[in-house]
Write a protein that binds this ligand. Structure first.
Ligand SMILES: [Zn+2]
Length: 278
């Protein structure tokens, strides 16, 4: 009798939303837009960052930091969970000047020469002129030599200029263009087979009006192999609310077909960044 009651309880639990949520919590997330920059170091240790990831069900992360030491701290703390990206920034104002700053190139070259990074970015590219400097020429040479993925924060127009200049780049487009509508993101993915994108800062657009936008849903299904999750912990406040940022993404992932959700949650990123065995 007791046994029957227990099985009955198990079946009833299986039917509840709590079970669905528990299952969903188990879906791994690969966060492809993480920063562990200077202002976060005194607030959270790498071990505490890893705890936050564990709590949110984030198994792996692509990290880039200002300065790069933050990324190296995370890589050292969990080499099997962290993919290193390189941003050529030492201070916050570097994002506007790095394209033509010889000091930042001198800072970057020996670090990139160690070949610990798999991504060049997140980088900010604002104007076509940014691509025409001697420093940028050298950065693009290093990217090609090392086969790095580029993670630019740009709009669609600037991304087209970048692809025109370097058609063989493999690009992980930060924030799906930040403000670009689903139709533009879709057109870019249609046109460029070497383009992937991540959804940091986009949960509000994807869930506009509280439900999953039909346009974004159709796009996720059509290009299920090209989307990834990102949070963008660019200031320490974003670390305070990390669990909530992942939760916002889980909310819309849950409304997609399971195979599509799994690709976007972690499988696409796992494919782009297979384990190196280090
Ligand atoms: Zn960005």
């Amino acid at each position: 009798m007791m046994k029957t009651l227990i099985s009955l309880a198990a079946i009833l639990f299986w039917l509840t939303p709590a079970f669905a949520q528990a299952q969903d919590q188990k879906r791994p997330i690969f966060d492809t837009h993480m920063h562990y920059s200077h202002d976060a170091w005194d607030v959270y240790t790498p071990a505490q960052i890893l705890e936050k990831m564990d709590k949110a069900g984030v198994t792996k992360a692509l990290v880039s930091s200002r300065p790069d030491d933050g990324t190296m701290k995370m890589l050292e703390a969990a080499p099997d969970r962290i993919v290193a990206g390189f941003r050529p920034y030492k201070v916050s104002t570097s994002l506007a000047s790095w394209h033509s700053d010889p000091d930042l190139l001198a800072y970057s070259e020996p670090r990139l020469a160690k070949r610990q990074h798999r991504v060049f970015g997140e980088i900010h590219i604002n104007t076509p002129e940014n691509l025409e400097t001697p420093e940028m020429k050298r950065y693009l040479e290093i990217v090609a030599e090392q086969g790095l993925i580029v993670q630019p924060h740009t709009d669609a127009a600037m991304l087209r200029v970048l692809f025109a200049k370097a058609p063989n780049l493999r690009i992980l487009w930060a924030h799906a263009g930040f403000t670009e509508p689903a139709s533009v993101v879709g057109a870019m993915l249609d046109q460029y087979p070497n383009l992937w994108t991540e959804t940091s800062f986009r949960a509000g657009d994807i869930m506009a009006g509280g439900g999953l936008s039909a346009e974004w849903k159709a796009l996720f299904i059509r290009h299920a192999d090209r989307f990834m999750i990102g949070t963008d912990t660019w200031v320490v406040d974003r670390w305070h609310e990390y669990g909530g940022l992942i939760g916002e993404h889980r909310a819309w992932l849950e409304l997609l077909p399971a195979d599509v959700a799994e690709k976007i949650a972690y499988k696409n990123a796992e494919k782009m960044f297979p384990p190196t065995g280090n």
